[in-house]
Write a protein that binds this ligand. Structure first.
Ligand code: SF4
Length: 501
């Protein structure tokens, strides 16, 4: 049976072509690995993307729209041009593709007459997908109704729409690394640095199984630069919630402090320079609706295309005209809203959260109208709300709202234990938050993590230290976690396994 290789470059960013310390790039490595098969190589490139420099003449380029149909059309075009029986799909920005495991998948695909072959449990980026000609038209048809966000798993996401119609072969890793979410695509600074850190561990003749074992053994290298920054731009709140640690810190109902625009702007500049892309969380503990320059704050953050914003709010105190101004900002589709609602029972609401139930419900309608599916309604799972939780979820889902159920956080046992059910993993692993998050308080202080905002330890101050140094200072806690030498407060914390971004 004849096959060819598709290098999918639809997700390529400038980092695909950036040189690692040895002078190679993720793209040059992926291309070399693709050509090693001795088969025709096709590159699927976005219509507006420039041709990569030095692309060999025998690599055929297929232009595609960045959409499910665009991708499926490009695959069909390859089949028609190459006249092959199946295609092997790899990404054009993955430097560690395992040809050995790909060959194993190809053999299995042929032996079992599969429509589609996929691998599970391996680090993302090192194994291919295989698709047969007879399944390609079905994929194209299913792509027509595909409305979800386009992810790397696009082909499988399309196939999942009618999974029983496909003969699927799955290769499963003995070393399951999914929990660590390693992503060996050079598509952002964070992943580029991770790829570079693992460079010495990979050789082209290595199978994916061995590489997965290497990743598990060297998971410390998965920490590069932060992905999520929570910034306390407001100190103070309109509600004093029963499960929040903030009222233990300040009188939230009377304190009103605001981070000046210039200070916020300088932090944002530093974030872009240090992390490149990131999610900016506003406003850590304070209520964002109180900030007198809230529109400007969002405008500053959104002016950087690499950044997106997460607003966590009670939904109380928002002026409709302010929300309308925010929705008209360039890039407002990069704002996600989480409204902490907790319950639909007004009496319970006032016990748990305080005033404002009817204002909040009205605000939710406005947010939904202006921001659509970017609005999420959240309930913290508490003993007090447990009996109402199912109807909370069902009612809101019926009304087409996105719902988040969050686990109760005692902030390292600072608050009483109100956890309804403990879903901690059986075996502890190093904390996500010191690997990917940074919290900045209103005076610039950076606690080691959000849980420790009140008591420390602190890693520095963004107005006097560089983000790089502060992040380095947090690294020692990461190292302690790697060696399973956890500080006492971490042993009392159930947040280590919650993943933000
Ligand atoms: S385990 Fe909890 S207290 Fe420890 S670093 Fe992680 S989030 Fe912070």
């Amino acid at each position: 049976m004849n096959y060819c290789i598709i290098l999918n470059a639809l997700f390529n960013t400038e980092y695909a072509y950036r040189a690692f310390f040895d002078g190679s790039s993720a793209f040059s490595r992926a291309l070399a690995l693709a050509r090693n098969f001795g088969k025709d190589v096709y590159m699927v490139l976005r219509r507006d993307a420039e041709l990569p420099e030095g692309l060999p003449g025998d690599v055929r380029v297929v232009r595609a729209d960045f959409s499910a149909c665009g991708f499926a059309d490009a695959v069909l075009e390859v089949f028609s041009d190459a006249g092959c029986d199946f295609v092997v799909l790899m990404f054009a920005d993955s430097p560690f593709f395992s040809s050995k495991t790909a060959q194993e998948m190809i053999d299995q695909h042929v032996e079992f007459f599969a429509d589609y072959s996929v691998a599970e449990g391996y680090p993302a980026g090192i194994v291919p997908e295989v698709l047969s000609l007879r399944a390609a038209s079905a994929v194209r048809k299913l792509a027509e109704d595909f409305t979800e966000e386009l992810r790397r798993s696009l082909l499988f996401d399309i196939i999942k729409k009618d999974i029983n119609s496909f003969d699927i072969e799955t290769l499963v890793s003995e070393h399951d690394v999914r929990l660590l979410r390693p992503s060996f695509f050079a598509d952002c600074k964070r992943n580029f640095l991770v790829c570079q850190a693992f460079m010495g561990f990979f050789s082209p003749d290595m199978d994916a199984e061995r590489f997965a074992a290497v990743v598990l053994k060297n998971m410390g290298l998965l920490r590069s630069v932060p992905a999520y920054y929570q910034i306390e731009v407001v100190r103070g709140c309109l509600q004093s919630c029963s499960y929040c640690p903030y009222p233990k810190f300040i009188d939230v109902l009377s304190t009103r402090e605001f981070m000046p625009i210039e200070r916020f702007s300088s932090i944002i500049e530093e974030i872009v320079s240090f992390s490149s892309d990131a999610v900016i969380g506003l406003s850590a503990f304070g209520e964002l609706s109180l900030h007198p320059d809230v529109v400007k704050l969002l405008e500053i953050a959104l002016s950087h295309k690499e950044l997106s914003v997460l607003v966590e709010t009670s939904g109380y105190g928002w002026d409709v005209s302010v929300l309308e101004k925010i929705s008209s900002l360039d890039g407002s589709d990069r704002i996600k809203w989480i409204v902490s609602l907790d319950t639909l029972n007004e009496n319970l609401y006032s016990v748990i959260r305080g005033d404002g139930f009817s204002d909040v419900m009205a605000c939710i309608d406005v947010l939904k109208r202006l921001f659509g599916d970017n609005v999420f309604l959240q309930a913290v799972r508490l003993r007090e709300t447990e009996d109402y939780l199912e109807s909370f979820y069902r009612t809101l889902k019926e009304k087409q709202y996105n719902v988040i159920i969050q686990q109760y956080d005692s902030f390292c046992a600072m608050l009483p234990d109100k956890m309804v059910v403990d879903i901690s993993p059986v075996r502890r692993f190093p904390c996500w938050h010191i690997s990917r998050d940074m919290v900045v308080m209103i005076d610039g202080t950076v606690p080691v993590c959000k849980e420790r905002f009140l008591t420390g330890p602190y890693a520095g101050n963004v107005f006097s230290d560089s983000l790089e140094n502060i992040w380095k200072n947090i690294e020692k806690y990461w190292d302690m976690h790697l060696s399973e030498n956890y500080p006492d407060y971490c042993l009392n914390c159930k947040e280590y396994f919650t993943f933000n971004f």
